[in-house]
Design a protein around this ligand. Structure first.
Ligand SMILES: [Zn+2]
Length: 369
């Protein structure tokens, strides 16, 4: 994997780049749609190709539980299973283990948990989650980290940072020993809650381990907005400028813009697809709640400025009707539009940085959202 910065905004830390992987080049800043269980809810991978996404994200924990590594090994990885040949990033499963599974117990060498599905007992070590991601065939793998919830006290956050650092160190050695480094890249994750001292220490010690890329984890987990902004700005400063930076689980237009301004290159979030299924759409004029009775006889398109097939063909009135009826088509159309919006939003940011207009793009969306 190679990361090239092809343009910088003169007034901020925003940068436009190209992340080259064996399976293709990814234009950054990039938004990665989330195919949690090997599928984007309500969309086909053909839809994703049509929208033009360069990379998707899937979840190690979910794939490990179902369909399981034996099946994925048999077919030759997730790309084959879903018949999608573009780059794939998988998280390490850490976040899901800590947030979803029952009876999760942390040890120095890993984490024991019970499946949220059938209660069966499992143990993830830093090495094991890499073995799983090897079978999945992820182009970008993430290290096992210990996530903390919000709020968490500084001592507890500090313990999680120590464990995260220890696991990162084991992971990078294991990766260098046993992987094709060009085919499967490995990113570290900076933890440290809302404590600048811990974030700085975690970032600096991870940078010493020399990973191909760095993620910021444990943000947008319920902390106040000001805190999200302070920690993002502060943490990004401690990451090497020539490596890709990934903000995990963040995906509202304004959060993305703010992070891009501070030098973040990659994003993933379930929010655009989740809110679409609940009838909330991103448009060029702000959020639209299609449930609203005001749209009953609104025969204009969802977003006049959007050229996705939903906006070109269907009225707000019809989309509201589909939603009210609980039609599957409603989920399909609304999800398609929101992901189309995200892709174009990221293109506008990328192009804005390259043409020296990032500030203009920022201001425009700040006024809308
Ligand atoms: Zn549209």
């Amino acid at each position: 994997m190679e990361f090239k910065i092809i343009g910088k905004d003169p007034e901020s830390n925003a940068r436009a780049g190209e992340l080259e992987t064996v399976r293709g080049t990814i234009k950054t800043p990039v938004f990665m749609p989330v195919a949690t269980r090997a599928a984007i809810r309500a969309l086909s991978f053909r839809d994703l190709e049509e929208i033009g996404f360069d990379i998707i994200l899937s979840n190690t924990y979910h794939l490990y539980i179902r369909p399981g590594t034996a099946l994925l090994k048999e077919i030759g990885g997730l790309h084959k299973f879903i018949n999608f040949e573009k780059p794939l990033l998988t998280d390490s499963g850490g976040f899901q283990v800590f947030s979803l599974s029952d009876l999760c117990k942390v040890f120095d060498n890993g984490v024991e948990f019970r499946s949220h599905l059938d209660g069966s007992k499992h143990f993830f070590t830093p090495e094991k989650v890499l073995d799983i991601q090897k079978i999945i065939g992820s182009d970008i793998m993430m290290v096992l980290d210990q996530c903390t919830e919000y709020p968490v006290n500084e001592d507890k956050a500090g313990e999680a940072v120590e464990r995260t650092l220890n696991w990162a160190s084991l992971s990078v050695e294991y990766w260098k020993d046993r992987f094709d480094l060009n085919k499967q890249s490995l990113f570290a994750i900076v933890q440290g809650g809302v404590y600048p001292r811990l974030r700085k220490e975690c970032a600096q010690r991870l940078v010493e381990l020399d990973f191909p890329g760095y993620a910021i984890g444990g943000l947008s987990v319920g902390e106040p907005k000001g805190m999200y902004m302070d920690i993002t700005e502060f943490t990004a400063q401690h990451l090497p400028p020539d490596k890709p930076r990934y903000m995990m689980g963040v995906g509202s237009p304004l959060e993305i813009l703010f992070a891009v301004k501070n030098g973040i290159d990659m994003f993933d979030c379930v929010m655009p697809t989740r809110i679409a299924r609940n009838g909330t759409l991103y448009t060029s004029e702000g959020r639209v709640n299609i449930k609203s009775s005001g749209y009953e006889r609104d025969f204009s398109s969802l977003d006049e400025k959007c050229c996705c097939y939903v906006c070109r063909n269907y009225t707000r009135s019809y989309l509201r009707h589909l939603y009210k009826m609980g039609e599957i088509a409603s989920m399909i159309y609304l999800t398609y539009h929101n992901l189309f919006f995200m892709k174009n939003f990221m293109n506008e940011i990328h192009d804005g940085i390259l043409s020296g207009n990032f500030r203009k793009v920022y201001k425009k969306w700040e006024n809308v959202y």
